[in-house]
Design a protein around this ligand. Sequence first.
Ligand SMILES: Nc1ncnc2c1ncn2[C@@H]1O[C@H](COP(=O)(O)OP(=O)(O)OP(=O)(O)O)[C@@H](O)[C@H]1O
Ligand SMILES: O=C(O)C1=C[C@@H](O)[C@@H](O)[C@H](O)C1
Ligand SMILES: [Mg+2]
Length: 183
Amino acid sequence: MPAMDYIAGNLIFIGLMGAGKTTIGKCLAQRLGWQFYDSDQEVVKRTGVPISTIFELEGEASFREREHAVISDLSKLKHCVIATGGGAILRPENRQLLQQSGTVIYLSTSVDCILKRTAQDKSRPLLQVENPRERLEKLFQERDPLYRDIADHIIETHSQAIPMVVNQLIQQLNLYEPSDTDR
Ligand SMILES: Nc1ncnc2c1ncn2[C@@H]1O[C@H](COP(=O)(O)OP(=O)(O)OP(=O)(O)O)[C@@H](O)[C@H]1O
Ligand SMILES: O=C(O)C1=C[C@@H](O)[C@@H](O)[C@H](O)C1
Ligand SMILES: [Mg+2]
């Protein structure tokens, strides 16, 4: 029986902004032939506006409500790869939903690395501040224990390129990668 059958539920990525949840999640889903979902992209689809607009018009609390509704729906899926938003683990009910929904993978990265990866990208409202390093260090202090608390696997991503992280995941989680004849 392929190892994939031993994975209960979904593969769920958590971690700070810029850790690579979306990029690595999408790439892993493609390699496994699984569906990919991203909670940020679902919020954008449901509202029809970018996340920065939700923050501007309605504030972070409203975004968190919408994010919770999406997490609640995505956690009911089976055999999907799910990338979450960086703050999706803030609510205890989201942490419980994610933990129950499958295997949780914390992509851990240094603040220096996140600053480099996100420097040119204005799409993350929480980093549009005078001192993004200070903001990220605070978010790391607050959130790292929450990520660790629900993680089944922790993968460092600052020292490895995207395809290498995906290879490590496939090996570490003993995931079944279908060949062309299986598809
Ligand atoms: N291991 C890596 N090496 C180099 N660049 C990477 C790596 N992982 C991600 N990146 C790059 O970092 C940027 C941010 O990645 P991505 O959008 O996947 O992060 P995220 O965790 O989904 O962030 P968010 O929580 O804001 O959605 C992208 O440009 C991506 O190509
Ligand atoms: O870390 C966070 O709180 C966020 C991360 C992004 O994925 C988005 O969900 C949004 O920009 C907020
Ligand atoms: Mg993302």
